[in-house]
Ligand binder design. Structure first.
Ligand code: GLN
Length: 295
């Protein structure tokens, strides 16, 4: 049962989590993330009845990076339906890293799932709008309205993402295009880069989690459950299977150190701590979710 933790329980957990975080590393392929505050930490727990518990850097705004992927999937599911999605991405887990070209090639150019870059780029290309800016705005407005949060595009993070070439994502886009699974590749990659730079606080993140747990007037629970299932099997890339077995909560991570976990029928847990493990998942974030799931 997701419950309110005592201050004592929380501070013990956070000390240990931050200790574990020291084994992690900041990613070096996006300068903004490389220069992030190694010790920054925030945790938020929100239950279905609206009880919100937040500790740490609650005002810090950070980019969601790949945590946006389940929300792109949600948007496309709600606006275009399940069949449309299934024709464009698989829902199978992958044993290779999130930006693996080998995986995409082995699958004949068909993205294996929406939680890895190939699938997320393919789905982001379907957002309505004529360019990355307008597509990102459409998604951002819709999410803010649905989840009652305040995401916004971080221009400095976007500039940083675009300041260095990302040959892996470029190769993924090339493969998707050659195989006929992507049109307008440049706009697709630009849209993907934009949506990864949507940013908010830990409370914004946990509210997005609650949306996935309980749906809304416009959002059927069936679509939310589908997203939740994909998060469970694919959300942590090659670490997904072990985490699902050990912890069992649908969870999505991003290279910024953001982690979002769903507690079905109960609430959501959001964590931010930048140091990452070798798979690109927040060390403290995953550790904390595991502890909370055991409590
Ligand atoms: N924009 C990042 C990338 O494509 C997101 C990856 C992630 O968060 N795992 O590399």
């Amino acid at each position: 049962m997701l419950r309110k933790l005592s201050n004592h329980e929380l501070s013990d957990l956070i000390i240990q989590a931050n200790h574990n975080a020291k084994t992690g590393k900041l990613p070096d392929y996006i300068p903004w993330l490389k220069n992030a505050d190694f010790n920054s930490f925030a945790l938020s727990i929100l239950t279905l009845d609206g009880t919100l518990q937040t500790v740490g850097d609650s005002n810090r705004i950070f980019p969601l990076m790949s945590v946006i992927k389940p929300l792109v999937l949600l948007y496309i599911l709600v606006h275009f339906g399940e069949n449309f999605v299934r024709q464009r991405v698989g829902l199978e887990s992958s044993a290779l890293p999130f930006n693996s070209l080998a995986q995409l090639q082995a699958d004949g150019g068909f993205p294996r799932n929406p939680m890895i870059n190939s699938g997320a780029i393919a789905l982001a290309s379907l957002l309505p709008g004529s360019d990355g800016v307008s597509r990102c705005q459409t998604l951002c407005r819709w999410l803010n309205q649905q989840a009652n949060c305040q995401l916004s595009l971080s221009e400095p993070v976007l500039r940083s993402v675009c300041s260095l070439p990302n040959p892996r994502n470029q190769a993924i886009v090339g493969e998707l295009t050659t195989r006929g699974y992507l049109e307008a590749p440049e706009i697709a990659l630009d849209t993907y880069n934009h949506v990864c730079c949507l940013s908010g606080t830990i409370v914004d993140l946990v509210r997005l989690g609650l949306l996935l747990v309980k749906g809304s007037e416009e959002l059927s629970l069936k679509h939310c459950q589908m997203v939740s299932q994909v998060m469970k099997t694919c959300g942590l890339y090659e670490a997904s299977k072990e985490f699902a077995h050990k912890v069992g909560l649908p969870t999505k991570s991003g290279v910024s150190g953001a982690v979002l976990s769903l507690v079905p029928e109960q609430g959501a847990i959001a964590c931010y701590s930048p140091p990452l493990d070798p798979e690109g998942n927040s060390v403290a974030g995953l550790w904390l979710v595991e502890q909370l799931a055991n409590k």
